[in-house]
Ligand binder design. Structure first.
Ligand code: ADP
Length: 470
């Protein structure tokens, strides 16, 4: 069902419910309510007179009775217990049951009041003359020998009810129409931005990321549009990166494969029976195969990290042992290629994290430092103890990174300089680092200056010997 129809139905149901509610209260129960209010008037008139009844001042009593009878269009009589009328005010044109039959009815009624246990009676009676329904009330005036009688008519309210019924039809039609109009207006306002968003989304599905999402006058829809814009931005980034990947990977895969094929052919045709040459050629094949398998395993590693299936296996380990075990892997490089690794530390501590994954982070940083160090072959590993963490820095004095590239290098598949063949890389190393450190919920970053070098750093949580105390 469309938004428009739903809103309209809700409005219609609401309006009909309101109308029914009004109908029940206004029309159906009007009779009862009217009767109730006449009876209430009668008892109120009676208690007003009873309270102010002063036998010693008959004039005042008579005028009070007259006032109240006039205001309420009633007939009120005060009698003694024998039924002798002391004062009477008839505003019903001498047709009141109190006055019309020479008090006969009153006399009979007086007896019943005297015998009743509550010393008062309220009844509905039918006026024989006009066939109207009336209220007849009689009571003893407390602490006196007098009695009060009140007669009031029920005005016929059928015509009023008819008017209300008529009006009701119009009101219902008007309200339903208003509900339709308001709901149409509302749903149009609501659905317009949604329709726009849907259009933009289907454009985006076809690859047009610049379509852009517009909000409307509602905060929630604005928020949705903003989120979608952000998503579009991110997806377009991934899309560009994916295209880059295809270019990168096909380049990176094709080059070693071409080399492998070329050297295999050379062995077959030329060096097969010359052990020295053959070994040299086999060496190249092995090196290229390593390059390929490193690329593939990097891709696997990253996709595993990103799929969320990888858990962090926390353990405690010593900082110094950790750094040294990473550095030991590079011993052959310093011996063979003259790389110089310096370890600068301001103290040992106990780290808490996934040791294997954090080692991977260090490897990736150090490998990059080696790959991009250019002529300078000096690399510093620096550790700095902070209150709750230890900051580990890998410093190189290589070519550095341009300022505008800095925000990109941790992105998937981003590679700075793809043309240099001697630099082995897939553009995935730093994204793997980012994922691992994200899983550890820890800080990381890079500072770099062109031709001066770079500092890649990350933090690892610190704990005390026995547990959490630092
Ligand atoms: P790659 O496999 O290309 O090294 P990375 O994700 O490890 O992929 O790094 C991404 C890019 O960041 C690199 O291509 C390079 O341009 C840049 N980079 C990383 N480390 C350094 C560094 N120490 N010095 C200069 N540039 C670096």
């Amino acid at each position: 069902m469309t938004l428009r129809a739903t809103i309209w139905i809700y409005f219609a149901v609401f309006t009909v419910a309101m109308l029914m509610f009004l109908w029940v209260f206004q029309v159906l129960s009007l009779d009862q309510y009217y009767e109730f209010s006449v009876k209430r008037n009668v008892t109120m008139a009676s208690s007003l007179i009873t309270q102010n009844f002063d036998r010693s001042n008959p004039g005042a009593v008579a005028s009070l009775v007259e006032d109240i009878a006039y205001k309420n269009k009633m007939t009120i009589a005060i009698t003694d217990r024998n039924g002798n009328i002391i004062t009477v005010s008839d505003f019903m044109g001498n047709f009141s049951v109190i006055t019309s039959d020479q008090g006969f009815r009153l006399f009979e009624y007086r007896n019943r009041v005297l015998m009743s246990s509550t010393s008062s009676i309220m009844e509905t009676v039918v006026n024989e003359r006009f066939k109207t329904t009336e209220i007849l009330y009689g009571a003893l005036i407390p602490q006196t020998t007098y009695m009060i009688f009140i007669n009031a008519t029920f005005e016929p309210i059928d015509s009023t009810v008819d008017i209300i019924k008529d009006q009701f039809v119009y009101i219902s039609a008007l309200l339903l129409f208003a509900a339709l109009w308001v709901s149409l207006l509302m749903s149009k306002n609501l659905s317009k931005p949604i329709v726009q968003i849907t259009n933009s989304a289907s454009k985006m599905a076809k690859g047009d990321y610049a379509a852009g999402f517009e909000g409307g006058s509602y905060a929630e829809i604005n928020e949705l549009a903003q989120t979608l814009n952000y998503a579009a931005q991110e997806i377009s980034k991934v899309d560009t990166l994916r295209n880059d990947l295809i270019a990168n990977v096909s380049h990176d895969l094709r080059t070693p494969l071409t080399m492998i094929k070329a050297y295999a052919e050379m062995i077959r045709d030329l060096s097969g029976d010359k052990p020295e040459k053959r070994n040299e050629h086999l060496g190249v094949i092995i090196q290229e195969t390593d390059r390929l398998s490193a690329l593939v395993s990097n891709m696997l590693e990253l996709s595993k990290l990103q799929s969320g299936t990888m858990n962090v296996e926390y353990s405690k380990f010593r900082l110094e042992g950790f750094v040294e075990s990473v550095l030991s892997r590079y011993q052959h490089l310093s011996e063979m290629d003259g790389f110089e690794f310096n370890y600068e530390s301001d103290g040992d501590c106990i780290c808490y994290g996934d040791r294997a994954k954090l080692e991977q982070v260090m490897y990736n940083f150090v490998n990059n430092a080696i790959n991009y160090s250019g002529d300078s072959r000096k690399i510093i590993i620096r550790t700095h103890l902070l209150p709750y963490t230890v900051r580990i820095e890998v410093v190189d004095f290589g070519k550095g990174i341009e300022k505008d590239k800095l925000p990109l290098i941790f992105d998937r598949y981003y590679r700075g300089d793809r043309t240099k063949r001697d630099v082995v890389g897939s553009g995935l190393g730093l994204s793997i680092v980012k994922e691992i450190l994200r899983l550890h919920k820890t800080k990381y970053g890079v500072q770099s200056e062109i031709d001066k070098g770079s500092i890649f750093w990350f933090e690892v949580e610190r704990v005390g010997e026995n547990g959490n105390e630092r």
